[in-house]
Design a protein around this ligand. Sequence first.
Ligand SMILES: [Zn+2]
Length: 95
Amino acid sequence: MNKLAKLVKEAEYEDLLKLRKDINEGNMLRLVEERIAQFENPHRVCPVCNTPIDPETALTLYFGPKGLRHRASFDGEDCLEYFVTKLAKPKQQHR
Ligand SMILES: [Zn+2]
């Protein structure tokens, strides 16, 4: 039997009520989508602070010449700003 189906069959009444609420409110789908995204993009962490990035709130920057476009995603404006500052002044990188 499917692992999840087995879980539901053995769940307590209270847990089933919570589960139904989560499914109805879309929380379960969001959780599944997030987990899938983690498998498909395992390296999606902020390049500045290494925090895993939530695809729903990520700030993504595209830069570089056409055909050699790079993409970087950040978890917050402060990290994006830091990255852009560093990018603008590459000589100060190793300070
Ligand atoms: Zn960050």
